[in-house]
Design a protein around this ligand. Structure first.
Ligand code: SF4
Length: 327
């Protein structure tokens, strides 16, 4: 059998481990792989060109229940071992990933989270953690000593209201030491900020306060409960807020990014049964604490189990699906 024939058989065996309809997925994976081959067959370059990164959930549970949380599309249970995370990260790096982000659930629930960061730093420089921040006072020292490169803190608006005065949002006391530390330390801090439709003016003032301290902020829209249509939210007005804040910044200031709706445009999207629920195309390949690889947020149709005995093929195939959003 030719090398290509062996590859085909291996891919089809792997697809047998995927839940759902393997034939449809096989067809889509084949189309994406042919597209990559037509462009030179360099998976690492395709990953790099899209800034695709590898997200690893180290624990499924969380101590909060934020309304906007998608929990990586994973069950709220389970725990990943350091050894398994290292096997997966090593394979992801061999496939071409250069950035690792640890998530949960809430990853700082794990007292050993710094061990994960230290391990990942032995493979790549760009290692981050996404957290709700409640355990930062206990964990930040260990994380920075382990070589943390970026820290993303997902906020809720209630603690900002509690920390502010006169109807304005303020920086909560538990977060302030991290903000000050980020200004002087080697890690980059980014806050993920939900902006309710009725709070644009409050958000703009708060964004000026944060960015003046060198903090990056990623804002995203939050619609009133029960109304999930993208067209109801004043996205253009939020975009205008972001542009105004960025235009007023000095070089040392943080930047504001906006997470908005992007129309699904991957090869797999034309066959996706959940396209109506798709509000954003993921820019990462996610590995859950349950060892399931998830290329999409809005559908579980393309998920696959991490095959420990065939890690490289397992990760490469899931990466093909995850990078299929920009051609
Ligand atoms: S969920 Fe995934 S496959 Fe479905 S439309 Fe969105 S990006 Fe495309």
């Amino acid at each position: 059998m030719t090398a290509r024939g062996c590859f085909e058989v291996r891919m089809r065996t792997l697809l047998g481990t995927i839940r759902g309809t393997p034939e449809r997925r096989q067809d889509v994976v084949d189309r994406i792989r042919r597209r990559v081959e037509d462009r030179g067959g360099d998976l690492a370059r395709e990953i790099r060109d899209r800034d695709l990164y590898f997200r690893v959930s180290v624990v499924g549970t969380c101590n909060l229940s934020c309304a906007f949380c998608h929990n990586e599309g994973a069950p709220a249970a389970g725990k990943m071992s350091l050894a398994t995370a290292e096997l997966a990260i090593a394979a992801a790096v061999r496939a071409g990933f250069t950035r690792v982000q640890f998530t949960g659930g809430e990853p700082l629930l794990r007292p050993d989270i710094a061990d994960f960061v230290r391990m990942a730093r032995s493979y790549v420089t760009d290692v981050g953690v996404t957290t709700n921040g409640t355990y930062l006072p206990q964990r930040l020292n260990a994380l920075t000593e382990a070589g943390l490169h970026r820290l993303h803190v997902s906020l809720q608006t209630e603690p900002l209201e509690d920390a502010g005065t006169g109807g304005h949002w303020g920086i909560p006391a538990w977060l302030m030491p991290t903000v000050e530390r980020a200004a002087a330390d080697t890690f980059r801090l980014r806050l993920n900020l939900p902006v309710p439709a009725g709070a644009l003016a409050t958000a703009e003032r708060f964004l000026r306060l944060l960015t003046a301290q060198g903090v990056d902020v990623k804002v995203f829209s939050v619609l009133p409960e029960g109304d999930l249509r993208a067209e109801v939210y004043p996205l253009a007005a939020l975009r205008a807020v972001v542009n105004r804040v960025n235009a007023a910044q000095r070089s040392s200031s943080g930047r504001v990014l906006m997470r908005g709706f992007r129309a699904p445009s991957g090869l797999r999207c034309t066959t996706c049964a959940d396209i109506d629920r798709c509000r954003e195309q993921s820019h990462s390949l996610r590995l859950g604490a349950d060892l399931v690889l998830r290329p999409c947020l809005a559908t579980r149709a393309w998920d696959s189990t991490l095959v420990i005995d065939d890690l490289d093929a397992s990760i490469r195939q899931a990466a093909l699906l995850a990078l299929d959003y920009q051609w």
